[in-house]
Design a protein around this ligand. Sequence first.
Ligand code: PMP
Length: 366
Amino acid sequence: KPVGAKVELVDLPLREDLRGRTPYGAPQLDVPVRLNTNENPYPPTPALVQDVVREVAAIAGELHRYPDRDAVVLREDLAAYLASSTGVPLTSANLWAANGSNEVLQQILQAFGGPGRSALGFEPSYSMHPIIAAGTRTEWAPTPRRADFSLDVARAAETIAERAPDVVFVTSPNNPTGQSLPVADLRVLIEAAPGMVVVDEAYAEFSSRESAVVLLEDYPAKLIVSRTMSKAFAFAGGRLGYLAAAPAVVDALQLVRLPYHLSALTQAAARASLRHAAETLGSVAKLAAERDRVMGSLAGLGFSVVPSDANFVLFGWFEDTRAAWRAYLERGVLIRDVGIAGHLRVTVGTPEENDAFLAASKEVGR
Ligand code: PMP
């Protein structure tokens, strides 16, 4: 037994509002086919690996010094990438970066949410939004999507106007359901919002829609677009999330960020990874085509499939979701029970992994 194990969580003077809560917990299991956390299945190329090693070696002799606190050069590189992919002339002043977009989202709620304030999201959506709200003591206002998981934009705008949350989260493409919103719909939601609107674009590269970044010029006091290198960029282990917003929003986040939050190693590795964007993002079209194949095959097997614009697919219907999840696991395929009745979510993997998943699906049935 570890030292101190006689004390249990209930014995600690934990904040009342955190009692009884469960932490984020996607299982990390050692199975042959891991399709449960929406990662890019393709590892970095040897050229990218070499570049990361070279960059890290170059700074290793300076690790006695703190890193660039404002990560300016990395933000310049991120601005160049986002500007070229959206056509909006962003600069480093528009960009902010942290350890994964989860940290970016937390900083946003630390600055714009908090005690006495509220955040609204359209559920089912990314499970960390309410968890980060809880951690920052921001009141969470869950608002349902339609039964088919699409968003009734007119009703959503009414709800935003009625409830007047300090922060609205719009996930597009939405995790775990896969649908994305056109810019015209985002505009309606932003117009209705009295406070900040965070468009969480973790899966934007997989989507056929235009990015919300094109709206920044029109809504500089309201809009924040959150992105990550964890998905399309195949950099989940590197932990690099970022956002695009007006420079004043970046100033606001500086008030809550911890000094030197982005290590020199992270900054160097992320910059190396960005230099290889073209080759890494080459996998996006492949994954989108595989996604369409997986959706078609699942439908052919008689499953109901939620149309996806991302690198994962929500499907059902299972009488016993937990048992179905376990049946996949017994066949060496780890997918995700996201807590939606009758449904499971599968990440799109390599063609071989997807074949293994589809073969298991045939056996697991409905
Ligand atoms: N937003 C959404 C919608 C996500 O699905 C995820 C990852 N599951 C994240 C943000 C956070 O990813 P990261 O912290 O790795 O950038």
